[in-house]
Design a protein around this ligand. Structure first.
Ligand SMILES: [Zn+2]
Ligand SMILES: [Zn+2]
Length: 139
């Protein structure tokens, strides 16, 4: 006799339960186990995510570089200098371009400086003209 339902014949199962009771018990424990596993993995993921985030932040902090020009903190992807110094650099470069351009120098000659191409200089000149740094000029 099955000890669970006390109705059906017990079968080959060790605890003597019938087929129906065994299957029901099995499914129940199986579901519970699955539920526990699911919760565990969710918990693990959550904790791991937090951990990863902390690790990333620490890593980023340790990677932050100092600006070689002013010693200030540089941005995440900055390689040359901090934002303020870059802006200073670019405004100096802009003044230089404006000065050379206004003095009548050819675009190709201004662009012969290292790090400048005629194309990028032309783009810059269009921008400068729009913002009123330079007037219209032929050439
Ligand atoms: Zn039973
Ligand atoms: Zn700086």
């Amino acid at each position: 006799m099955c000890p669970h339902c006390q109705q059906r014949e017990s079968s080959r199962y060790r605890d003597g339960s019938c087929d129906a009771c065994y299957r029901r018990n099995y499914r129940q424990t199986h579901d519970e186990q699955r539920q526990r596993d699911l919760e565990l993995s969710r918990e693990w993921k959550r904790r791991n995510k937090q951990h990863t985030k902390q690790y990333d932040a620490a890593y980023r902090e340790s990677r932050r570089k100092q600006c070689p020009a002013c010693g200030g903190e540089m941005g995440m992807h900055a390689t040359v200098g901090c934002r303020a110094c870059l802006e200073k650099h670019w405004s100096a470069r802009r003044d230089q371009i404006v000065m050379l351009y206004e003095s009548g120098m050819k675009v190709a000659d201004i662009a012969s400086e290292p790090g400048t191409t005629v194309n990028s200089l032309n783009v810059q000149l269009v921008r400068l003209r729009k913002r009123g740094f330079i007037g219209s000029r032929r050439g």
